[in-house]
Ligand binder design. Structure first.
Ligand code: B12
Ligand code: SF4
Length: 475
């Protein structure tokens, strides 16, 4: 079968980094291994929608990725355009958003079916069944709208327990040179699937993608993927972003095997990841640093125990202090991700967050407004309690965009919007100060100055501008 896997990319590219879609590239590998003809149709760099028509015109199956609610409109536009070019193909949508909202995805995009959740086995079965002339609408993980307009959702298959059995992403299909020329700084990779925690601003929607627990790849399998990538790109030193929800769910022994495997292969890494402060230990941070980890972004969210309780975060400010201390000790940059503007928050709660920051001394700070995204407990809570300011505008569902434009989608009973924005500016001024004074930031800047003086001067100018204006600048 001729399968076109379509990546529509983002609706608001200026607010979100450029990245290759690792999940979709894994699907490409699975289909290719089974003998199908796979094209990766990447709209990331298209100026005109019809530039890639030649790649989809004769496809039997078109699979479009929708990774977030914020991207649904773009996916719908791309799907409808391709269907006009090639009306005979089977149209499938998959990814994070269709896994959470299959019915809305089907109605908005006009796709024939959605494949929900982890799709390696389900997509292969759909394409194989289609090739054999069978009915794909009776298969597991598939949902569709019946001819009389009723939404039908089939049961799901069990998740794949042995993640090492999944092939590596088909990275040869990606035009990495163009990605890097347009600002991509690192390759994406995942070593786990799922997350066992309960944060209300995230769950339960994320369980609908990979299930509730966590599954882990072996360190050896991840090293093998890195070796393959190193050979493909002809690079012995790679920069990697591990996109796992919480890669630090691996024990310290896993990172030791990872470090040793890389050393044996003669490959060095500079990598970063997201994490929780309660899943690191001093020993783990040390071994992570030894394997090339240069930065950990921690979900701190708030310095107020009351607000952390509302988020069901399960971490404490004291755990954050320890995690940041270990990062400073082993020279790993520590980023604090914060959320302010939760309806129950008072001025004193944000003041507690600010005071915590002074204790953490982060190398970087990203301050978002608390955003109620559909499918998460926080959205249901905000709607039921009358705190949802706008439930229909998808443009308000992208926290990065809201942060840049300083807009929110929840009402604040205890604070004014200006009060929250004022705190954001104050935190961002502190961020600029840390950017100028933290040892690691100065060290990184000096390295940039040698490697790319223009970039280093630009970064310095942005930090100074941020300090003067109190608004975070993109650097
Ligand atoms: C990396 C990442 C990003 C990156 C880049 C995305 C990329 N191209 O890689 C960046 C930082 C840019 C990003 C941005 C955003 N993200 Co994001 N992101 C992720 C993250 C952490 C990893 C994605 C990943 O690679 N997963 C690993 C691979 C293997 O899984 P996968 O992509 O889901 O693919 C599997 C299935 O979904 C399916 N599948 C995937 N594609 C397709 C296509 C077809 C046709 C089929 C059939 C199946 C299918 O099969 C794959 C294999 O099983 C996920 C969380 C997570 N753990 O997955 C959040 C996640 C997808 N993001 C999310 C969100 C909310 C956002 C933002 C809105 C956040 C923000 N701005 O603050 C923006 C949206 C941007 C926009 N405007 O559209 C949510 C989406 C939930 C939702 N309700 O919609 C998630 C789930 C995070 C979370 N915990 O809430 N994101
Ligand atoms: S730790 Fe991260 S991925 Fe897990 S529930 Fe909390 S926010 Fe979601």
């Amino acid at each position: 079968m001729r399968v076109a896997l379509v990546y529509p990319r983002f609706q608001w590219t200026e607010y979100n980094g450029l990245a290759e879609p690792v999940g979709q590239l894994i699907l490409a590998s699975v289909l290719r291994d089974a003998g199908h003809d796979v094209r990766y149709v990447d709209y990331s760099f298209c100026r005109e929608i019809d530039e890639l028509d030649h790649m989809v015109r004769d496809a039997d199956v078109v699979g479009v990725a929708v990774s977030a609610a914020a991207k649904l409109g773009r996916a719908a536009m791309v799907t409808k355009h391709i269907r006009a070019v090639n009306p005979g193909a089977l149209y499938i949508e998959g990814g994070a958003y269709p896994s959470i909202f299959p019915e809305n995805t089907l109605r908005e995009t006009g796709a024939d079916i959605v494949i929900e959740g982890e799709a390696e086995e389900a997509l292969l079965e759909v394409v194989g069944t289609l090739a054999a002339g069978g009915d794909v609408r009776c298969l597991r993980n598939v949902s569709f709208i019946s001819p009389d307009g009723v939404f039908v959702q089939n049961p799901r298959r069990p998740v794949i327990h042995d993640l090492d059995s999944i092939p590596f992403p088909a990275r040869d299909l990606v035009d990495y040179d163009t990605y890097f020329a347009n600002g991509l700084a690192e390759y994406g990779m995942v070593t786990t699937r799922g997350c066992p925690f309960r944060c209300t601003y995230c769950k339960p929607s994320t369980d609908l993608i990979f299930g509730g627990g966590i599954r882990r790849r072996s360190a050896g399998d991840v090293v093998a993927e890195i070796i393959e990538l190193s050979e493909l790109r002809g690079q012995k030193h790679l920069r990697i972003f591990f996109k796992d929800d919480t890669i630090t769910m691996h024990p310290a022994a896993w990172f030791e095997q990872f470090r040793d495997g890389l050393r044996d292969a003669g490959v060095t890494l500079k990598w970063h990841c997201n994490s929780r402060v309660d899943t690191v230990t001093r020993d783990k941070v040390r071994v992570m640093a030894e394997s090339g980890c240069h930065c950990i972004s921690f979900g701190i969210e708030s310095g107020s125990p009351k607000i952390l309780e509302f988020y069901d975060k399960g971490t404490t400010p004291e755990q954050a202090v320890k995690a940041f201390r270990w990062c400073h000790e082993f020279r790993v940059e520590a980023t604090a991700n914060l959320m302010i503007g939760f309806p129950m928050e008072t001025d004193e709660d944000i003041a507690m967050t600010y005071r915590l920051l002074k204790r953490l001394r982060p190398d970087d700070i990203i301050v978002y407004f608390s955003t109620a995204i559909p499918g998460r407990h926080i959205h249901t809570w905000a709607r039921e309690n009358g705190y949802l300011a706008n439930d229909t505008n998808p443009e308000l569902l992208d926290p990065a965009r809201n942060r840049a434009n300083e807009i929110m989608n929840m009402r604040l009973p205890y604070m004014t919007m200006d009060g929250v924005v004022g705190w954001k500016h104050r935190i961002e001024r502190y961020r600029s100060w840390r950017k100028m004074t933290s040892f690691r930031n100065i060290q990184n800047w000096a390295q940039d100055l040698i490697a790319n003086p223009g970039l280093a001067v630009h970064k310095a100018a942005m930090v100074v501008r941020g300090l003067a204006s109190g608004k975070a600048t993109q650097d």
